[in-house]
Design a protein around this ligand. Structure first.
Ligand code: AMP
Length: 178
């Protein structure tokens, strides 16, 4: 059997209007996660641009970023760093505030998440404005890691997140640009 292509991945994505608030077009990745061949394709396409780049950790954001982020870490032979909402991590943390397409919040990372010399790929399911990803950058750097790049399954191109991240000199890869 041949692997599903990008168009099949795109077709499987579900867009839910007015969730979680009116006016938001929510990009729901659960149909991709639930389909073995699509899940495999998504992970391979996320990993390919960063293979051989010496990534030692994938840092991903709670909660949807955890799903593909952990699989991506496994695919790249790297470890996984959870970046969580404030108050969820049990050990000492660094904190960063960020704004969302729909609201604002704070994220945390364990202070010992990055060993000296850690080369970190930041992953999330969706990039919109880039605020969450910039908070993750701040957290990884606070923990002593070097950010190698960013990896997203979906880029909401009109929201301008890519430019915000590339302005810092970081490569940004998205599998699906909408
Ligand atoms: P931002 O910080 O604006 O780049 O927003 C990205 C974060 O918000 C990611 O963690 C996404 O999971 C979530 N997010 C923002 N907009 C959407 C959307 N339209 N559909 C699904 N998730 C979204």
């Amino acid at each position: 059997m041949t692997s599903p292509d990008l168009a099949t991945l795109h077709a499987a994505l579900r867009t839910v209007p007015d969730f979680p608030t009116p006016g938001i077009l929510f990009r729901d990745i659960t149909p991709i996660l639930g389909h073995p061949a699509l899940l495999d394709t998504a992970i391979r396409l996320l990993a390919a641009p960063f293979a051989g780049r010496g990534i030692t950790k994938v840092a991903a954001m709670e909660a949807r970023g955890f799903v593909l982020g952990a699989a991506l870490a496994r695919e790249l032979g790297a470890g996984f760093i959870p970046i969580r909402k404030k108050g969820k991590l049990p050990y000492d943390t660094h904190v960063a505030c960020y704004s969302l397409e729909y609201g604002s919040d704070a994220l945390e990372i364990h202070t010992d998440a990055c060993a000296p010399g850690a080369r970190v790929l930041i992953h999330d399911d969706v990039i919109a404005t880039g605020g969450t990803a910039l908070a993750a950058l701040q957290l990884v750097q606070s923990a002593g890691g070097t950010v190698v790049g960013y990896s997203f399954l979906i880029e909401l191109a009109a929201m301008g997140g890519r430019a915000a991240l590339e302005a810092g000199g970081y490569p940004v890869n998205s599998v699906l640009a909408l």
